[in-house]
Each structure stands twice: as structure tokens, then as C-alpha cells.
Ligand binder design. Structure first.
Ligand code: TYD
Ligand code: MG
Length: 479
């Protein structure tokens, strides 16, 4: 059998909700929500009255009828929409939870974008599974994964490979938004996943799935659905390499949260970032590894961003370690430079801003007297990670010097600092945090701007600090 259709209805205003709230979201009365089992007939009759063609739009109409402007003084406070979140347990859950700003906000519409094949369906199936399983004190509840891309047998096969066995996880294959919302509402799920926006359509609108009008209208209907029912909706969208969702950018404006999944096809790690978040900050980063059994959270990303070195093998010239901050986390990433004779100046730069590298090369020539003009310099930041912080300047300079001078940098040194046009080293935000993180990773020495020394001195650090005023001092210290 099916799970009973449970919903909650307010005895004061009659508003219905998919979950229990202490304060009615419709009339703000306290303690008036009671369990309600709607009969199959009443739900169907409602849909018929609206006219089946506009069922998708009815979410919008119903809401506007019952809302009236309220005086500020009459609004009952103490009900904080962003206050309560659906927790995501486990290491995998924690990783997504952080990117979302601390759990899933009920009634939110989250767009999950990324290149085809990056792992969006995999990520969302796992998310659906953990939301459904709940935690020990909440127990399991229905979650629906709707796919317009795959049959339910295909999804079940994938779930099998990933050892997903959630007993309340529902699969549904459909591309008709009205049909999807009609079918899932009676289940009153804790969350809904729609895979993908490019495959769904509303029959009231012209054009086939994936066109601009359909993409926009379907997203709006899902947003109304989420707000009306308080069910969080995760919407998958394919993004082309140029960064646009295939369809209008307007999609990003409609939804509450935009997450992007990134990764190189040949490498196993996947990054999840939020580009927009109405309920939290956008600078958190989730790091996952794609395995045979789905995605796993990477607890120590530094290990991933550093190339493995055999302790016996020779250390190569041109490698330097930077310490970057992403969201609330710090990690070490490796910068590789290759300097070869030639007259082109700067070669290909991967993983950081080419203009910034150009500037660092110029400063190295002018202020440190390095004769780089007859060299082509290639730069690569390991793992396809985008090194955008100026805190990475010093590591970039170090890797270039190391390759040019053919002098390998010992692999227990890290570099933190911004480089100014005068060759001076400048301090960067969260210096203490970066140095502590790098010490924890087992690095023995860290080159920092002289101006950061005072800040770091009082800390009881298990790492030797090498303060430098400028690039010349830096070269004398390291090489
Ligand atoms: P998928 O989630 O289908 O990507 P998207 O929905 O973004 O298009 O995942 C695509 C790739 O992930 C596919 O090439 C196979 C791989 N994969 C694994 O490596 N391990 C797994 O457990 C699963 C389910 C997929
Ligand atoms: Mg997919």
C-alpha cells in the first residue's frame, strides 16, 4: 500500500499545509493546525473546478485570493521562515547542507545546474534518499524523484548501484508539470526533485519542452507549488559550458537558490557552489568525489588538490603550494609553472586569471630583476580549481621563480600573500586561519607578508613563519 495522504489544516482559516507548523502560515493563529486526511474526491474536484488546462497555474491563483496586506504591527512575529530547516544527516548531507546555508528551507525552490554528465541526477537522487530517510528522531517520510529524462526502471537501476534502499522514496517518470504536481501532492512529500527543467512542459503554453516560455512558466509553477505547499523543490537544469542555463537566464531570478555543480570529466572530484541563496551566504563550497557507488563527501579537500609526492622521489621545480579560502574552509592547492625559452611571454594559463599572472610576471621582472622576457611561462592550478584570490599571488610567483631558476621548492613550505605593483607583499584576509590550516596539514614553513607577522606571533603555531617585505627578500629567503 500507499502511505496515507496526510496534510495539516488550520481550524481558524482553513488553510492547508503539507507539514505541521506551530503557527499557521495563513492566519498566524497559534496551535490551530490539525492532521487531515483528504479524500481522493475532494482533491480531484478542486482540480476539475480550476479546469485541468490551468492546474499548473492554479497554484498562483489560490494563493493570491487568500492573502491580504497586513499592518506591520499586526504581523505576529516569532515565525521565522528561514529559521527552521530540514536537516541533512551524514557526511554527504553535511556537505550539501553547508552549501545550502544550513539545511533545506521548507517551501524553497532550488535550481541545480551543471554540464550534462557532471552528476546532477546522481547528487539529487542521493539527496532525495537522505531527506526521505530522515534522522533518528524524525523517521522516514515520502520524497518524490520525478524524471523526464529517464524511466523509473533506469533510475531504480542507478539507485541499486548506489545501494539506495529508502523505503519511502517514490520514483515517477513524467514531463507534464500538471500531471506531476497532481500526482505528487497527495503524497505530501518532504521534498520533490524534478529532473530536468528542459524536459517538462505546461500544456497551457505553446511550444515544446525546453523553449524559453516553457522553461519560465514551468519554473514559476514549481515556485508557486513550493510556496503553497511548503514542500521544497529541487529543479535540475543543464548548463552549457558558457555558463548559461540552456534557456533563459531569467530562471535564476525566479528560484530561491542556485547551485552549480562543476567538475572535469576526467577527474573524479565534483564541486558544488551556490551562485544565489535567499537563505544564506553564497561563498560556501561543497566537495565530492564521484565513485562507482555515487558521490561521497570529501572531508579533507587539500588532499585532492595536491599532487601526491613520493617521499623518496625527486621534487620537481615549478611547484608551489597556495592556501586558499573558500566559504568557511581553507585548503592547500598546488600551483605548477613551466618556464621554457621562447619569445611569447605568457603561455597558457589554466585555473587562474591570466591578467593576474601577467602582472605577477611583470613585477617579478621589474622589481625582482628576474630575466623572464625570453621565456614562455605556462601556469596550471591543479585539479581545475579556480584560484581567484590574490592570496595566491605569492605561490604563483614562487612557482614561476622555481621553474625559471630550476630550483625545486621543498614540499613542506606554503605561500600566502598578495603581491603589489612595487613588489611588496601584502597581507590577505584570514591570515591566521590559513596558517593554522596549513600547519594542521603538516607543512613546516610558511612564507607570509611581513605585515602579517604581528598578527601571527601570539598564536601558538606548530609551523615556522618566514616573513618577507617584498619579492627580493622572498627570493633570498626561499631560493
Ligand atoms: P549523472 O548524475 O547522470 O549526470 P547528469 O545528471 O548531470 O547528466 O551522472 C553522470 C556520470 O556519473 C555518468 O557518466 C556515470 C557517472 N556515475 C558514476 O561514476 N558513479 C555512479 O554511482 C553514478 C550513478 C554515476
Ligand atoms: Mg541527469
Amino acid at each position: 500500500g500507499k502511505a496515507p495522504r496526510v496534510s495539516y489544516v488550520c481550524s481558524n482559516c482553513g488553510d492547508g499545509f503539507s507539514q505541521w507548523w506551530g503557527t499557521c502560515r495563513g492566519c498566524q493563529a497559534v496551535g490551530t493546525l490539525t492532521k487531515f486526511f483528504p479524500g481522493a474526491d475532494s482533491a480531484d474536484a478542486d482540480a476539475d473546478a480550476e479546469g485541468s488546462h490551468h492546474a499548473g497555474r492554479s497554484w498562483i491563483r489560490q494563493k493570491s485570493k487568500e492573502m491580504v496586506p497586513k499592518k506591520l504591527r499586526e504581523v505576529t512575529k516569532g515565525f521565522d521562515q528561514a529559521g527552521w530547516r530540514i536537516p541533512l544527516p551524514g557526511t554527504f548531507g553535511n556537505e550539501i547542507s553547508r552549501v545550502l546555508g544550513g539545511g533545506v528551507v521548507p517551501g524553497s525552490l532550488v535550481l541545480v545546474g551543471g554540464d550534462p554528465g557532471v552528476g546532477k541526477s546522481t547528487l539529487m537522487l542521493q539527496l532525495a534518499s537522505i531527506v526521505s530517510e530522515g534522522s533518528e528522531d524524525h523517521g522516514s517520510s515520502p520524497v518524490v524523484y520525478v524524471s523526464g529524462e529517464e524511466s523509473i526502471e533506469q533510475i531504480a537501476n542507478r539507485a541499486d548501484r548506489m545501494s539506495i534502499k529508502s523505503k519511502d522514496l517514490y520514483l515517477y517518470s513524467s514531463t507534464d508539470i500538471e500531471d506531476i504536481l497532481d500526482k505528487i501532492q497527495p503524497l505530501s512529500p518532504k521534498a520533490l526533485v524534478v529532473d530536468s527543467i528542459q524536459t517538462v512542459y505546461l500544456s497551457a503554453f505553446a511550444g515544446s519542452a525546453g523553449n524559453q516560455v516553457q522553461v519560465k512558466e514551468c519554473t514559476s509553477a514549481l515556485l508557486s507549488f513550493a510556496k503553497m505547499t511548503n514542500i521544497p523543490v529541487f529543479l535540475i537544469g543543464h548548463v552549457t559550458k558558457t555558463g548559461d542555463i540552456a534557456g533563459p537566464r531569467v530562471l535564476e531570478h525566479i528560484v530561491d537558490v542556485v547551485l552549480y555543480m562543476e567538475g572535469e570529466r576526467c577527474l573524479s572530484h565534483r564541486l558544488l557552489r551556490s551562485a544565489k541563496n535567499r537563505f544564506g551566504s553564497t561563498d560556501e563550497l561543497g566537495v565530492f568525489e564521484m565513485s562507482e557507488h555515487g558521490l561521497q563527501a570529501v572531508l579533507n579537500p587539500s588532499e585532492m588538490f595536491l599532487t601526491e609526492h613520493d617521499s623518496d622521489s625527486e621534487i620537481l621545480a615549478g611547484l608551489a603550494v597556495a592556501v586558499v579560502l573558500d566559504g568557511s574552509r581553507t585548503f592547500a592547492i598546488e600551483v605548477q609553472a613551466l618556464s621554457v625559452p621562447g619569445s611569447l611571454g605568457q603561455g597558457k594559463v589554466v585555473g587562474t586569471k591570466s591578467k593576474r599572472v601577467e602582472m605577477i610576471i611583470s613585477v617579478l621582472m621589474k622589481q625582482a630583476g628576474l630575466k623572464l622576457q625570453d621565456n614562455v611561462i605556462y601556469l596550471n592550478v591543479v585539479s581545475g580549481f579556480e584560484l581567484s584570490e590574490t592570496a595566491g599571488d605569492l605561490a604563483i610567483a614562487a612557482s614561476i621563480c622555481s621553474s625559471f631558476l630550476e630550483f625545486p621548492i621543498p614540499n613542506d613550505i606554503a605561500f600566502i600573500g598578495e603581491i603589489g605593483l612595487g613588489g611588496e607583499l601584502r597581507t590577505v584576509p584570514r591570515m591566521d586561519k590559513r596558517v593554522m590550516a596549513i600547519a594542521k596539514l603538516g607543512y613546516r614553513k610558511c612564507v607570509v607578508p611581513k605585515t602579517s607577522e604581528k598578527l601571527l606571533k601570539p598564536l601558538d603555531l606548530d609551523i615556522q613563519i618566514l616573513p618577507c617585505n617584498n619579492l627580493k627578500e622572498f627570493i633570498n629567503t626561499v631560493f
